[in-house]
Design a protein around this ligand. Sequence first.
Ligand code: FNR
Length: 361
Amino acid sequence: MSSLFTPLTLRSLRIPNRVWMSPMCMYSAASTGPDTGAPTGFHHTHLATRAAGGAGLVMAEATGVRPDGRISPWDLGLWNDRQVEAFRPLTEAIRAHGSVPAVQLAHAGRKAGTDKAWRGGRALGQTEGGWQPVGPSPVAFDGLPVPHELTVPEIQQLVRDFADAAERALAAGFQVVEVHGAHGYLINSFLSPAGNHRTDAYGGDFAGRARFALEVVDAVRAVWPDELPVFFRTSATDWLAENPADDREGWAAQDTVRLAKELRAHGVDLLDVSSGGMVPGARIGTGPGYQVPYADRARNEGGIATAAVGLVTEPAQAEAIVAEGRSDAVFLGRELLRNPYWPHHAAAALGSETHWPEQYG
Ligand code: FNR
């Protein structure tokens, strides 16, 4: 019996297997007009196909909790009811294929308001549909505009924005909500000393830098049903401690272990362990499964369920990660773009049964 194809129950939610689709921005929502931020036919095909392909959970891309919190004007959002209505058939389609619909709630912080990734992702001016980025401190990311330093009332409004978006996610039919705390976006920039130079209650020591993340988690947990899980995606390291020649100050693996314990205590059910995106020019040691050791530490030292992500591409590799107790599940990104039916093929390779759509014979 394959471990990868054993169901995982978090709270009362049974997830049918442990191969999940990682959130991936598609830059394909309308950027103007009443349907701004609402999913389109493209998103429907894109996400429902991965559910038909056998992924046990399908996570919609980074979805803005407010219009000016998106990475680009073409990102999805959950700040109005029209978006809720547009998401509903999509979550129903994912469930109809036996998968679990999940959504990643995001604020892009100092990396907000940029062009589509495949056009280079440069900062868009206000006349091109861009907007003023915000952050814990007026520290720009790699040539992007200097962010507005958030005031405490603005921070508190952002906490409410995450909770409001979570309520809409529930109304739209999602069964898992993930708080995006990784990749140098707003929450990550509060956590890491590389982005957070504040001297008030939201900066300084670990507790100060983690305050915003935990307030967001508390606010989301307060509106999310007790029987459904909340995930948190983290950047486990800024990739500075791994490179002794780089003496910039940043977030390191032991901080993630500490954060994992805090998140667990605040009602987070699973830590989705990614890395990087916070410090420009950091040397990232990529390779097959390169972030798995961080998921392993968070799980086994931090005491929280984890999902590993990053260059997991082979069935035997994914199976070993779960079977060896290094992580409870794996997220696949690019491999599922290449092959939506990867989970069904992997199950066959590992001697497990999955159910292809009956229409496919
Ligand atoms: C991503 N990634 C990403 N991560 C995230 O947390 N939210 C997002 O919206 C996106 N968007 C996104 C778009 C595209 C086109 C790619 C390729 C990636 C990162 C992604 O979820 C995943 O963590 C990485 O791609 C590493 O996993 P793979 O691709 O090696 O399996």
